[in-house]
Design a protein around this ligand. Sequence first.
Ligand code: 4AD
Length: 466
Amino acid sequence: GREWTEVGSLAEGLEGRTVLVRGRAQTVRAVSKKMAFLIVREKGFTVQCVLSVSPDVVSLGMVKFTTGLSRESYVDVEGTVSVPNSPIKGASQQVEIQVRKVYCISKAVPALPINIEDAARSELEIDKALQAGEQLVRVNQDTRLNFRVLDLRTPSNQGIFRVQCQVENIFRQFLLSEGFVGIHTPKLIAGSSEGGSAVFRLDYKGQPACLAQSPQLHKQMAICGDFGRVFEVGPVFRAEDSFTHRHLCEFTGLDVEMEIKEHYSEVMDIVDRLFVELFDRLNERCQKELEAIGKQYPFEPLKYLRKTLRLTFQEGVQLLKEAGIEIDPLGDLNTESERKLGQLVLEKYGTEFYILHHYPLAVRPFYTMPCSDDPTYSNSFDVFIRGEEIISGAQRVHLPDFLATRAEACGIDVKTISTYVDSFRYGAPPHGGFGVGLERVVMLFCALNNIRKTSLFPRDPLRIAP
Ligand code: 4AD
């Protein structure tokens, strides 16, 4: 009998077995009229299929048909698994298929805007190939994104989005095991949820409305609804004109909100355990994927401690100062000082993942709880991977009148958030939480240089298609 087999699972143990694989014709090379090599790719894995004319099995016509297949056409190949004498170059699997039958089930147009093999090469490989006088096109990011369905076929992209799926999965599993309830908050809301103006405005049946900039208000209201501990995985919309390597107009937010019994460090404890678990599990479960990503975009595994380092904002300022960098002790970090601090922390503490807490109140959103002993500061924190922010979190103001005062002080029209503020008039526990950017976590875990690489179909100020 013949068995459907995934290309990625073809291995020596299957020697002699008849298999049926479905994938794309990545390349076809005719050696003679009687012999050809077909590389079939499935989900980023490739196998060499050998067609060799033999009576009653493989005809001249079949070899001709196969060599005429356009790249990226979908094919079914039936044949026997064999182990070659020498290592196979140009395919991920180290066994071959001695072909008996090839069927084309969907033809790709002959002229493709992206050559997948070129798109899958690392910068180093491209430089070498160009030096060796090879003809190849460096595939730029816009071309990749314009023809994303082709670009997604590279082994690194296959890895990136499988890792992303695991990040979400591990996040969910961990929080469920800690008694959190998964919720879904509305994305159509009446006013801005983070203050500021970077919202997509829309008309909601004649009323002004906007797309939610975060689940912030409603996840807190879920705490008022007695769920105790909640989390959400959902879309977040930001209209800011940020043309950077780490801002999108739509991204996936991983959000957490929880009651606090005594101190906002309880929220940081969750961050600590959640992320150590996340990094451990990714390294354990996603070896193949991380390897595929690293082949095209080489990176060092993330350095993190079993117990996450916590520094206060002031300690961060001090570290920078000692390194000759003066920043406003009541201001915020910018991209450059974040990076620099990341380097200093790595040198001093040996970790690329840490929490910075006790931020100046002035640089935090209106809903942030000031420190009880010094209201210049706040019960808030940011979390960094490789010197870039992936999380911001805080204890929230749960006292309605004070919340209204804080909103006013931050220039927010309280009328636009009155139902939120009023939620705390019916009794509310101290609480806090945090928001994580999914695309940023994947980008920084794998040390990728652009968030567009970790968004399936990225939305930025210039791109809304495909
Ligand atoms: O720092 P942000 O804006 O915080 C909030 O939305 C709060 N409501 C979170 C909380 O619970 N206190 O966003 C949280 C995270 C950032 O740390 C970053 O990882 C990511 O979301 N993020 C973005 N990712 C991609 N593109 C953007 N434009 C992003 N803006 C924030």
